[in-house]
Design a protein around this ligand. Structure first.
Ligand SMILES: Cc1ncc(COP(=O)(O)O)c(C=O)c1O
Length: 450
């Protein structure tokens, strides 16, 4: 057993952290989290804080769900691994595909393609979307359109449809044939439009114009998060996604819902698409599907796509895509237990109730602190946008944002700071008392950062 001194000495020395500058990690070694229980984390100094980030918006049932842990342990004992490449299968993946087809039947999705995380699920969606058109003889439908500020993971496909330069610039050139339209973000948009419904209309008009400009017969799919997450929590007006659906249908373009965050209850609905009353052609889910206990993803496909592949009789329908760990038995067992627990604990309803309370409290904080330029969100995904000047909306500097993070931690809460935004996305089992702890910590942090 290595001692605490060992971990401190080697922290970030040989380990490059995702989404971080290696030099910064060396200069400011990251916090070492040693254990977790319920919705709380304990660090190597013995300090316990409430995790208002929910892992990375994935530990929706908290850190102590024994049913999921037991299911994983049992699967490890009976079949710790086997491939699902053509010719072999296993029981937990078969059962999971059946359960998911029921779970997503209201969304019109009946087939699952498994992989190991959100980025994989996006890559799968993009590749299968192109292949779908190819099977139908629409070989030129290869382009993708997405939203600025959207986040779709970091594989080359996902990064190419990503709407934030931070994840693109150092890795260019991106995949050819990817185009972006403005997001329906009322706080900052190129039209200075603050009315969410009018803004939705403007953005979808641009989507249609872009499809027509590219030539509809060259566009494979439009992809969007039903509520934009990592881009700063942007819930569109309720008319946006239905209008997108109409436009996609008019032009034979597939609609891919990136629900890596929004699937499984975070918005208060079981899927973000359902929240807006839309049936996507493809839905990407990952993160909470195993409560973060195992890297796993399910890309769900509509009946129409399924039939196109399943009725095909030549090589264009053969799937040349998949991973060694696709449908990993331990992940599938974790997912089965997680789905059951999510239903039993009615976490979507708790997300709505706790989210509404948090939203009211954050709006109260906005009255108290001028540096809160905007508060937005839905269910248990909320953002506070911090500005140095409310009228010019100038983004707050990095040093102040770090002070806010430190202040919240000091007050016993782990928050996520992304650029000038504070992102709050606790586990969906969070209690009313725990959301109050989050609000008190934010109050303390914002007060001490000014
Ligand atoms: C909407 C969305 N899509 C895709 C991804 C990528 O998922 P992963 O980090 O598991 O590859 C994320 C990750 O945060 C996400 O938020």
């Amino acid at each position: 057993m290595r001692d605490a001194e060992f971990f401190e000495k080697h922290n970030a020395q040989h380990f490059w952290h995702p989404m971080a500058h290696p030099a910064d990690m060396l200069a400011n070694p990251p916090k070492i989290i040693t254990s977790a229980e319920g919705v709380n984390l304990t660090d190597s100094n013995g300090k316990t804080v409430l995790d208002a980030v929910g892992g990375l918006w994935n530990v929706n049932l908290g850190y102590s769900n024994q049913k999921i842990k037991t299911a994983m342990q049992q699967q490890l004992q009976t079949l710790p691994y086997y491939t699902s490449f053509s010719g072999t299968s296993h029981e937990s993946a078969i059962e999971l595909s059946y359960v998911l087809s029921e779970w997503f039947s209201e969304d019109g999705l009946s087939r699952a393609f498994f992989s190991s995380g959100g980025s994989d699920s996006i890559e799968t969606a993009l590749r299968l979307a192109r292949q779908y058109h190819r099977i139908r003889g629409d070989k030129e439908r290869t382009k993708f359109i997405s939203l600025k500020q959207g986040y779709h993971g970091t594989h080359f496909g996902g990064a190419s449809i990503n709407g934030n330069a931070r994840f693109r610039r150092n890795y260019e050139p991106m995949l050819a044939g990817c185009f972006h339209i403005p997001a329906p973000w009322t706080y900052r948009n190129p039209f200075d439009e603050t009315d969410p419904e009018k803004l939705a209309q403007r953005c979808v008009a641009l989507l249609e114009a872009e499809i027509e400009f590219q030539g509809a017969d060259t566009v494979a799919a439009f992809i969007m998060e039903p509520v934009l997450g990592a881009g700063g929590i942007i819930p569109p007006h309720k008319s946006f996604m239905p209008l997108v659906r109409e436009i996609c249908d008019r032009h034979g373009v597939l609609l891919i819902a990136d629900e890596v965050i929004t699937a499984y209850g975070r918005t208060g609905a079981w899927t973000g698409s359902r929240l807006w009353g839309v049936k996507p052609d493809i839905l990407c889910s990952a993160k909470a599907i195993t409560n973060g206990y195992f890297p796993f993803a399910a890309t769900m496909l509509s009946n129409q796509i399924a039939e196109t592949f399943e009725n095909n009789k030549d090589a264009t329908g053969a799937i040349g895509h998949g991973y060694t760990y696709s449908a990993h038995p331990v992940g599938a067992a974790a997912a089965l237990a997680t789905l059951e627990e999510m239903k039993r604990l009615e976490v979507a309803t708790n997300a709505t109730n706790r989210g509404n309370e948090l939203m009211l409290e954050c709006l109260n904080l906005q009255k108290k602190y001028d540096i809160i330029g905007d508060v937005r969100g839905i269910g248990l995904m909320l953002a506070l946008e911090i500005v140095s000047n409310r009228s010019t909306k100038e983004a707050m500097d990095k040093t102040t944002m770090s002070k806010i993070f430190d202040g919240a931690y000091e007050a016993g809460v782990m928050i996520r700071v992304s650029g000038n935004k504070i992102i709050i996305s606790p586990s969906l089992i969070v209690s009313k008392l725990e959301t109050q702890t989050i609000v008190h910590a934010l109050d303390h942090a914002l007060g001490s950062a000014q």
